[in-house]
Write a protein that binds this ligand. Structure first.
Ligand SMILES: [Zn+2]
Ligand SMILES: [Zn+2]
Length: 402
């Protein structure tokens, strides 16, 4: 089958780290540790695993960071190259298996925790329903990997076939198109972030960033928490328009983060002798959805004293942060990763199920595109990097038969 695979190569990795940011297209060139290959289909590691044919597979910011080697080396022991990439997947079951019938349309929950790995008893994180935080991601029936799309044995969405444990599969309602369904994984991340740090309805929230994660966090906060003062920092016209459509009460541009935004927050600005402004007052909760050093810093400065900053975007290897505002303002800084079992109106429910439940109300169809075939991967990755400024939200691979 055809697959876009990431290989381990220290020299190529170092070359990407050195030059991928500056040389356009280097991360998909023949010098990259990544490319289109003809490889055997993945084999189910145990008889209960299900073979799934991807239909659409999204390109995530974390994929782009992997390709340009800007993600942290932290992940290297928790992945197992060579791996087929792609963790945002809607597909169809290849043949009858357990409760699934051939042709069933499914989305894949990529986390590879104890249950998926055949490990019993489960680790404390998995037994608490926080299986994306599993401490056994290097053990069990399959090779190391935090998620499908980073593990040698599972395959990934950027190919013609992958294998998944039945506990990773969720049936897609017929009323939901492939385009909407392929956003279930990032939407589940947004649901988890919104519910784990749910604002009270009278609180003020800032969502920093309006790429796919930022927009979906806006949508999830609006649908699930009843918050009314929800300000989104969005750079491009399409992002501003979508943020408002999904429920932001106001949008500001990144240039207004230390001008109009503090005004909207009723906060006061002070200029230090060096560096970014000091903000006194601010938002009750800030969701940082980019992960770049500058915006991580902004997030900590825009929270009110005693407020919460949630890091939703994946930080890169070059993160740096002046911790003084955190210390001085007793800010709570929390990471929010992936999905799991969330609390919603007294119910314990999987983020994935909630994502499928709220997707129709968010009307996400228009957010996916352009779509590319696997052999067009160079154009696809370039389009994903340029998505915001070209008015796109989610670029995806299209594996459906023509
Ligand atoms: Zn992702
Ligand atoms: Zn576990």
């Amino acid at each position: 089958m055809q697959a876009l695979r990431y290989r381990k190569s220290i020299p190529r990795y170092l070359l990407m780290r050195l030059a991928a940011k500056r040389v356009r297209g280097l991360d998909t060139s023949s010098a990259a540790p990544f490319g289109l290959e003809e490889i055997p289909e993945p084999v189910p590691p145990t008889p209960e695993w299900v073979r799934v044919r991807p239909r659409l597979a999204g390109i995530c910011g974390s994929d782009l960071s992997t390709l340009s080697a800007t993600s942290s080396p932290y992940f290297s022991p928790l992945t197992s190259p060579p791996f087929v990439m792609g963790h945002e997947v809607v597909g169809e079951v290849a043949e009858d298996a357990g409760d699934f019938r051939a042709g069933d349309r499914v989305v894949i929950e990529p986390a590879l925790g104890c249950r998926v790995r055949g490990i019993s008893p489960e680790c404390p994180m998995c037994s608490a329903g926080r299986y994306a935080l599993c401490t056994n991601v290097t053990e069990g029936d399959i090779s190391p990997g935090i998620q499908t799309g980073f593990c040698r044995d599972t395959g990934g969405g950027w190919s013609e076939m992958l294998v998944a444990h039945p506990s990773q599969l969720y049936r897609v309602p017929e009323t939901l198109s492939d385009e909407e369904a392929v956003l279930t994984e990032p939407l589940a991340c947004a649901v988890h972030a919104a519910l784990t740090h749910a604002p009270d309805p009278e609180e003020t929230v800032v969502v920093l960033g309006a790429g796919s994660i930022g927009l979906l966090v806006v949508g999830a906060l609006k649908q699930l928490t009843g918050v009314e003062r929800l300000i989104c920092v969005a750079k491009h016209p399409r992002q501003r328009q979508e943020a408002l459509r999904l429920g932001a009460s106001a949008v500001v541009s990144p240039k207004e983060v230390y001008t109009r935004l503090p005004e909207l927050l009723g906060a006061r600005l002070h200029r230090p002798e060096l560096g970014k402004p000091v903000v006194l007052g601010g938002a009750d909760k800030v969701f940082e959805c980019i992960g770049s050093p500058g915006t991580l810093e902004d997030a900590t400065r825009l929270a009110r004293p005693g407020g919460t900053v949630a890091f939703v975007g994946m930080p890169g290897h070059s993160s740096r942060l002046d911790l003084t505002p955190l210390w001085h303002q007793e800010t709570e800084l929390v990471g929010t990763y992936a999905y799991g079992i969330d609390e919603y109106r007294g119910e314990r429910v999987k983020s994935f199920e909630l994502a499928l439940r709220i997707a129709p109300a968010l009307d996400l169809k228009g957010l996916v595109g352009p779509r590319f075939r696997l052999p067009q991967y160079r154009e696809a990755i370039a389009a994903a990097r340029a998505a915001g400024r070209n008015g796109h939200v989610k670029v995806a691979f299209d594996l459906r038969e023509e």
